[in-house]
Design a binder for this molecule. Sequence first.
Ligand code: GLP
Length: 245
Amino acid sequence: TLGGTGRTAGAKQEPKHETLRRALLDLVEASAPHDPLPSERELMTRYDVSRVTVRRAVERLGQEGRIYRVQGSGTFVADRETISKSLHLTSFSEDIRARRMTPAGRMLLMERVPADVVNARDLFVEPGTPLIHLERLRTADGEPMCLENVWLPETLLPGLLDRGEPASLYDELERAGAAPDSAQQTVRATLVDATQATLLNVPPQFPALCVERVTRDARGRAVERAVSLYRADRYDFTFTITRER
Ligand code: GLP
């Protein structure tokens, strides 16, 4: 439980949430960046305080930038030096595991196609260049989450079409020496059409987030163009943004 405030009798008592805030700050300072903080319930028990007190202390530390929250996962120690790094380039598999769910999926299409004008422009290849096209229904804990179309130059992953369905495309690219390193990404709101609705198990015209990504490896080569359609009721984006001075 929280120790005394060390103040003399008669002096105004420090509010409990402030005492707890200082105790939690000690904990934060003794932890490594991105370490999880104990849950609300654990903090209530450990410090013998009410939920309101815990919330106020945690809220203050959040406002001070010492901790951050990830929807559905919990509260973590902020990395004060490299805060912009929390804008991570993740694969679907990593992204879903970070949300404490299990990624899986179903390959709907796996084919060789000649690059059309849009893919040629974004992947910096000549129109007609052989591309691998994958269409995957991606699930989290068995429920449809995302309908994803990816195009990439076949020369990057020769033999993929014969090997069959990859569990993780980013793992494949990494093994092939073309590990994803950075990406240009656009997110927009959209409505699903009838076919997409059936696959995603939602009514037609259901809202979705459309994420378009062109990804490069460390040498600057474009390694994929992906268009991912996420169910708006199951997915959101959280990122840390900083103000340039
Ligand atoms: C996300 C990205 C896609 C990328 C995919 C790879 O969904 N939006 O651009 O192709 O991750 O995920 P995995 O490695 O799990 O196949």
